[in-house]
Design a protein around this ligand. Structure first.
Ligand code: FAD
Ligand code: NAD
Length: 466
């Protein structure tokens, strides 16, 4: 009789966990995945990447039709109306299709779905739905959830103070939505509801939006979102929110202290970050301690300090991104199988899916300068023939390279399709490209990606179209 029920048991079926489980099964390991949600796919498929992109795409179509972009192409429309229920339904359809797709992939790859939340008994045993299950290797992929703002109670059903999950299903377009936090979620979901007709105010603690991104990109983001009609209150903190009769009153003051003011809203979105899911896992039973940020630390193979226990995704340090979790899922399964699974954490692209999109990979100009001498090339989307023809003038591409070796250290991009453009930058950097390598690579014309080639040419001061 086998010593354990499974070779690998993954806890959590988000993009980290489900990918790890499928890869482990593909490698011939007997694999189970515990997931307590009704559907597979984790935050990303159920209440994250996918539903937010479904609403971003739908609201972008609505905005184009209503706010005159169509007219610029000579397309006349009649009266345009929003059917919010239908827009929310198409979002739910996308979620349903994709979560069911993971269930199909589990069956196809013979991964057993253990329905329920798992907690450790010892390093090789968990309890799921009252059953003890053992495995030689256990991968913690429990993800993250919304960071609460002290003193502010989220009630997604009431719809007045909501988190990202609530903001994906508002029953009506708010008159005034106040977003607390000018990060990725605040700007993506703020954009959705602004396009659908809400006045949107973003309250951000720091002096710029989008922490972690390149300084030029952050400054440009503020200009672009202001131009789109968002009211930005930077260097401002929320000190309290009172709810009365379906209305909220926020008290705000300068981040460094000063006179308080109030803002009235009929909806408040709390989007101040996410924190790892570790409560109730029983980590104390296996002697696994957390770091100061409440995360599980691993080595570069994703092994924790406890033999046989591994961890990946949002629950460990690094950017909380689905593709980072997925790549770690593949790597951990390969390491468990005795292969060499590697993730290059220096080259993880990040994308904000607004219009235009904001994307980056590698070092910011500020971080690169701290490491040594650099060269920077920049090219505006206004001078890119395709962006100009498509009436998409906002943005630029910026290439940062090492002054001595010319090796590309970072690429930043604001463009309608920046999320797609950044893939080639990531690939070039993964291959150790110089800016010259990108500049002398033939890019199809007319494409937005030519702006990346021109920005690379600008590193040596020789772009053609500028
Ligand atoms: P998760 O996706 O959080 O999955 C963890 C799963 O584990 C959950 O399903 C949970 O139910 C389950 N679980 C937890 N504890 C247990 C337990 N004890 N037993 C069993 N199961 C358990 N990232 C991007 O890259 N691109 C985007 O466009 C993007 N958009 C986002 C939009 C929003 C609104 C949000 C909230 C997030 C977005 N993210 C995006 C972030 C992305 O969703 C996460 O980085 C990603 O889902 C992390 O994957 P994970 O597998 O680590 O965890
Ligand atoms: P975030 O870290 O991107 O932004 C949170 C913002 O809130 C920061 O700018 C921070 O300075 C601000 N803040 C914190 N406390 C505040 C306060 N009291 N008052 C005002 N501002 C305050 O976090 P998020 O937007 O909640 O997103 C969470 C995670 O989900 C991110 O790590 C992100 O990577 C991931 N995500 C990714 C995508 C994407 O890849 N497109 C989309 C959504 C979410």
């Amino acid at each position: 009789m086998a010593e354990y029920d499974y070779d690998v048991l993954v806890i959590g079926a988000g993009p980290g966990g489900y990918v790890a489980a499928i890869r482990a099964a593909q490698l011939g390991l007997k694999t189970a995945c515990a997931e307590g949600r009704e559907t597979l796919g984790g935050t990303c498929l159920n209440v994250g990447c996918i539903p937010s992109k479904a609403l971003l795409h739908g609201s972008e179509k609505f905005d184009e039709a209503v706010n005159g972009t169509f007219a610029g192409y000579g397309i006349k429309t009649g009266k345009i109306e929003l059917d919010l229920d239908a827009m929310l339904a198409q979002k739910s359809d996308s979620v349903k299709g994709l979560t069911q797709g993971i269930e199909f992939l589990f069956k196809k790859n013979k991964v057993t779905w253990l329905k329920g939340y798992a907690n450790f008994e010892d390093a090789h045993t968990v309890t799921v739905a009252g059953q003890k299950v053992s495995a030689k290797n256990i991968v913690i992929a429990t993800g993250s959830s919304v960071t609460p703002l002290p003193g502010v109670t989220v009630d997604n059903d009431a719809g007045v103070i909501v988190d990202s999950t609530g903001a994906l299903s508002l029953k009506k377009v708010p008159d005034h939505l106040v977003v607390i936090g000018g990060g990725v979620i605040g700007l993506e979901l703020g954009s959705v509801w602004r396009r659908l007709g809400a006045k949107v105010t973003v309250v951000e603690f720091l002096d710029q939006l989008l922490p972690g991104m390149d300084g030029d990109v952050r400054k440009e983001a503020a200009k672009i979102f202001k131009k789109q009609g968002m009211d930005l209150k930077l260097s401002t903190k929320v000190t309290g929110v009172a709810v009365d009769g379906g209305k909220a009153t926020l008290t705000v003051e300068p981040s460094k202290g000063g006179d308080a003011a109030t803002i009235e809203a009929d909806c408040v979105l709390v989007a101040i970050g996410r924190r790892p899911n570790v409560d109730g896992l029983g980590l104390d039973k296996i002697g696994l301690e957390l770091n100061a940020r409440g995360q599980i630390e691993t080595d570069h193979n994703f092994a924790t300090k406890v033999d046989g226990v591994w961890a990946i995704g949002d629950v460990i340090p690094g950017p909380m991104l689905a593709h980072k979790a997925e790549d770690e899922g593949i790597a951990v399964a390969e390491n468990i199988a005795g292969l060499t699974g590697i993730v290059n954490h220096d080259i993880i692209p990040g994308v904000v899916y607004t219009m235009p999109e904001f994307a980056g990979v590698g070092l910011t100009e500020e971080a690169a300068k701290e490491r040594g001498e650099i060269k920077v090339g920049k090219f505006p989307m206004m001078a890119n023939s395709r962006a100009k023809t498509n009436h998409e003038p906002d943005g630029f591409v910026k290439v940062i390279s090492d002054a001595k070796t010319d090796r590309v250290l970072g690429v930043w991009c604001i463009a309608s399709v920046a999320g797609t453009m950044i893939a080639q930058a990531a690939q070039a950097m993964e291959f150790g490209a110089t800016s010259e390598d990108i500049a002398y690579t033939c890019h199809a014309h007319p494409t937005h990606s030519e702006a990346l080639k021109e920005a690379a040419m600008a590193v040596t001061g020789k772009p053609i179209h500028m």
